[in-house]
Design a protein around this ligand. Structure first.
Ligand SMILES: Nc1nc(=O)c2c([nH]1)NC[C@@H]1CN(c3ccc(C(=O)N[C@@H](CCC(=O)O)C(=O)O)cc3)C=[N+]21
Length: 291
């Protein structure tokens, strides 16, 4: 078997065009233009690539966007002062503080300083709590991107066995919540799936992964998911973005393409979907804040 490609670049473009049309209609109706402020601290090269991609995607879809670039020596007080300014700026509907932050800065304190209505990453504990009780204000971008990459390629997780390798606050944990939840009008990305959270300390990770109809690799470990971990015909989503010798590699071994029914590539899979969901959330934030 050679796996069907879950093309996040193509689906991301389609969904960005949907956002662009909604933004244009909203502005034509005299409502506010959704705006995203991105904050990047320091000179992590990958972070600069991602923020540049986000800025371009916003511009292309007709959103207002600003990038605040701060030096690696920025203090926590300086960063909190910028966040406070963005919280108060009516042109800004979404605020994204790119992670990771330099070590002198308390990441949790910064994520909690973003006013929840503008927290388009869905990293603030209030928004994580709303997600956990099944009344999401926003969905976190990467899990939401994974959901659409599956659902819009005909792989509805409802009733399926999903195994997620990884338990981070950014991907594994919120994705597990979403996919296990009941799908309702208020929670359209509820997955109605049977979900297992595994990780690199799971005993017999291979046996656990082989149970999966849908296997999500989000451990941040290059090629941790190998072909023998995949039941023939399973659907595999690769969330890994590891840099190895200057090359971007996922968490899924190349050999998995010969076993899986469908596989998301890196690059061109979840990454572009993550950026697309940021645009979706910024539009939702403008509707939430300004109507
Ligand atoms: N506050 C915050 N929010 C985030 O959403 C966030 C973050 N911090 N920190 C880092 C991670 C990682 N992340 C990616 C976004 C896009 C691609 C992406 O577009 N990747 C392209 C390739 C990009 C390249 O050329 O390297 C692809 O997979 O095709 C990847 C990774 C967002 N993150």
């Amino acid at each position: 078997m050679t796996a069907t490609r879950l093309d996040g670049k193509a689906l991301g473009q389609t969904m960005r065009a949907e956002v662009a049309a909604e933004v244009a209609a909203r502005v034509a109706a005299g409502k506010s233009r959704p705006g995203l402020a991105a904050v990047i601290v320091g000179d992590n090269p990958a972070s600069h690539v991602y923020v540049r991609n986000k800025h371009k995607a916003c511009t292309d879809a007709g959103l207002a966007t600003w990038v605040h670039t701060l030096p690696a020596t920025t203090t926590q007080a300086e960063l909190l002062a910028l966040v406070a300014r963005l919280n108060a700026d009516p042109a800004v509907h979404g605020i994204l503080v790119q992670l990771p932050l330099p070590k002198q800065i308390d990441e949790d304190a910064v994520l909690r300083a973003v006013t929840p209505a503008k927290d388009v990453d869905c990293f603030h504990p209030e928004n994580v709590g709303l997600l956990a009780v099944g009344h999401p204000r926003y969905y976190p971008c990467t899990p939401h991107g994974v959901f659409h990459l599956l659902a819009r390629n005909g792989f509805d997780p409802a009733g399926k066995e999903v195994v997620i390798v990884g338990r981070s606050n950014i991907v594994g944990k919120p994705l597990a919540l979403m996919l296990a939840q009941k799908r309702t009008a208020a929670n359209p990305a509820g997955g109605d799936a049977t979900v297992t959270i595994a990780h690199t300390r799971t005993a017999d990770l291979t046996a656990v992964c082989r149970r999966a109809d849908i296997l999500v690799a989000a451990a941040g470990v290059p090629r941790v998911v190998t072909p023998e971990m995949v039941r023939p015909g399973a659907v595999v989503v690769d969330v890994g973005t590891n840099s190895m010798d200057g090359k971007l590699v996922g968490d899924v071994h190349e050999g998995v393409a010969a076993v899986a029914a469908a596989l998301s590539p890196v690059p061109g899979g979840v990454g572009p979907m993550t950026i697309t969901m940021l645009l979706v959330n910024t539009l939702a934030a403008a509707e939430h804040i300004d109507g």
